[in-house]
Design a protein around this ligand. Structure first.
Ligand SMILES: Cc1ncc(COP(=O)(O)O)c(C=O)c1O
Length: 301
């Protein structure tokens, strides 16, 4: 199992393109936006998920473990990427799922990728941060690495630091010699923390979860008192809450720009950018990270 990740990575981990985002409301404000298309790095293991997983997988490989056990919901982008990576790279995966057994398109994929599933119920899932939560799972699966929900933690953040290098290498394609800020969707804040650790320009995090859900604490735990970021509430009243204005905005933005979006993360993040454009002077250059998640869109069809 040693170095399976390093050996297999060059075969499929394509660098993400950086593309101009053409939208009338950006032009009107004189703000230039380039999209880092992490949704395009791979048909299955896409978005920020791969970057959040890489360091965990290297940990697994170094410890000679047989696979990964992790947590998520029935539409989880994280479990989807993890299960796909397990199938592709040849390691075992186990998913602990929120709620009661149900068959979503994501769950069907998890099963097809060979992930073993355990449904924890809602109360059981709420216990995931409790001391001792992992004890029975570690005895059941002693050869698996436990990875936190969403692929978070220090290893998750560290894996995202490389995104700064990715973008810097591609700036000439945009004709840019630098940029003024990142704009990205935030769930746990792990990806944003990696960007802050990397030391690039300020990272604006459009929170898909309402304030008070632990993002500030999580980011602070990962970056300390660093001031290279700002968090903005983009949740529109709750995680996964979708309203008509959001859906209309997504449809219009997709039609005008050709950029595919989903309503939970990237759609809300772009809408929050439009609503916060006053923060940026004409001539500002931003990199919007497309964090993927398009597979989860099937659950909304
Ligand atoms: C599509 C998508 N974008 C953004 C995020 C948020 O990432 P983070 O938890 O690192 O803030 C997630 C969740 O992990 C996601 O699935």
């Amino acid at each position: 199992m040693a170095s399976v990740v390093e050996m297999t990575l060059p075969d499929w981990a394509r660098p993400a393109p950086l593309q101009p985002l053409n939208l009338g409301w950006l032009d009107a404000a004189g703000v230039q936006v380039a999209v880092l298309r992490l949704d395009l790095i791979d048909p299955l293991i896409s978005g920020n998920k791969w970057f959040k997983l890489t360091e965990h997988l290297q940990h697994m490989s170094r410890q000679d473990l047989a696979g990964v056990i992790s947590l998520g919901g029935a539409h989880s982008n994280h479990l989807h990427a993890l299960a796909a990576a397990g199938k592709r790279l040849g390691f075992e995966t186990v998913g602990l799922l929120r709620g009661h057994a149900q068959q979503t398109p994501t769950v069907t994929d998890l099963q097809a990728f060979g992930m073993k599933l355990h449904w924890l119920g809602y109360a059981g899932y709420r216990e995931r941060h409790a001391p001792g939560f992992w004890t029975p799972w570690s005895s059941l699966y002693p050869d698996l690495l436990a990875v936190p929900e969403g692929g978070g933690g220090e290893e998750g953040a560290r894996g995202c630091q490389v995104l700064l290098q990715h973008v810097r290498a591609r700036l000439p394609e945009m004709g840019w010699d630098g940029f003024d800020g990142w704009w990205l969707a935030v769930g746990t804040g792990t990806t944003l923390a990696g960007l802050v650790q990397a030391g690039g320009p300020i990272a604006y995090g459009a929170m898909a979860v309402p304030p008070g859900h632990g993002v500030v604490e999580n980011v602070t735990a990962l970056v300390g008192e660093a001031d290279g970021y700002e968090l903005i509430d983009a949740s529109r009243g709750g995680f996964a809450k979708v309203d008509g204005d959001l859906l209309a905005f997504i449809e219009a933005a997709e039609q005008e720009s050709g950029l595919p979006l989903e309503p939970l993360y990237t759609g809300k993040a772009l809408l929050a950018l439009r609503d916060n454009l006053h923060r940026f002077a004409p001539g500002s250059r931003l990199v919007f990270i497309h964090t993927g998640g398009l597979q989860g869109r099937r659950g909304f069809a």
